[in-house]
Design a protein. Structure first.
Length: 290
């Protein structure tokens, strides 16, 4: 099975649009993973029905036993995240502010503070016309350390069966969520756009991806908006030995497709035609015909 992630150095480059188009064009014999858990939008473009849900337990949070608490105030004084506050002669922990450091546990003379598991989100499984989709919902205020991405990846591997392709929509940036996405992949498709900040972030995400020994491909979205910077990106790809899969033009059909909640490749358009060529070139690299 080929493991492929669509990534980007920054948000807003069209990464999910490209991932959804590839999922639509490969169509069968694949399993999908939405590793952009803070903005899991792949399912919005592919549709499907929810078939499973499991709780995701994130970092532990502090909890105060009011029957044991001496109301000495040491926990409140020691908390550097302002997560402990007093109400009606009792101390409470705000789970949205608690970082799970455990300092309050150590300073409490009565042992009234303990660390408890805290549900930070859900790992979801859906069935779509393009294959099973592993995705997640991160609860508001919960930190994304990459652990939830790791669970999404594990579930996708379990659902893969005899699939020939695992296609992941990765998160933007170069943090822990990206590392959890790229680890164990065979290749990544880095989506960028003709802007100086996008080129800067493309260089960073390429540098990080190389540390995992994956093949790196590049797609330039909305390439015709700034020809000069687009040429800089092409020169960078040539200098670094990166295969440029193709360039997608600016196309109002993309916005129209997103509004309808479908991949842009569901109808003919200049962007759709470019993405078909990109898919064919990518398929040829891995022998993924059809």
């Amino acid at each position: 099975m080929i493991r492929l992630a669509v990534i980007s150095g920054k948000g807003g480059t069209g990464k999910t649009m490209v991932a959804a188009a590839l999922a639509d064009l490969f169509a069968t014999g694949q399993v999908l993973a939405d590793c952009d858990v803070e903005a899991a939008n792949l399912g919005l473009l592919l549709g499907g029905d929810l078939i499973g849900s499991e709780p995701f337990m994130g970092l532990e949070k502090a909890e105060i036993d009011h029957e044991v608490c001496l109301f000495c105030g040491r926990c409140e004084a020691a908390c550097r995240f302002d997560a402990i506050h007093e109400e009606a002669k009792e101390y409470y922990v705000d789970p949205l502010k608690c970082e799970g450091c455990g300092v309050c546990v150590h300073v409490c003379p009565a042992k009234a503070v303990t660390m408890r598991p805290y549900q930070a989100g859900e790992v979801l499984a859906s069935s779509t016309l393009r294959g099973h989709l592993s995705h997640a919902r991160l609860y508001p205020g919960s930190g994304n350390s990459g652990l939830l991405v790791h669970e999404v990846r594990k579930q996708a591997e379990r659902m893969a069966g005899e699939s020939r392709l695992l296609l992941a929509d990765g998160p933007p940036g170069i943090g822990c969520p990206l590392i959890s996405t790229v680890s164990g992949m065979d290749a990544v498709v880095a989506v960028t756009e003709p802007g100086l900040s996008a080129l800067h972030d493309l260089k960073r995400v390429v540098n990080v991806s190389r540390r995992f020994g994956v093949r790196i491909f590049v797609v330039i979205n909305r390439f015709d908006l700034e020809p000069g910077v687009c040429q800089e990106i092409e020169d960078f790809c040539e200098d670094e030995g990166l295969l440029l899969l193709g360039k997608v033009p600016f196309d109002p059909a993309v916005v129209a497709a997103v509004r309808r909640g479908v991949p842009v490749t569901s109808a003919d358009s200049p962007a759709s035609e470019a993405l078909v060529r990109i898919k064919e070139k990518l398929a040829g690299e891995f022998g993924l015909d059809g």
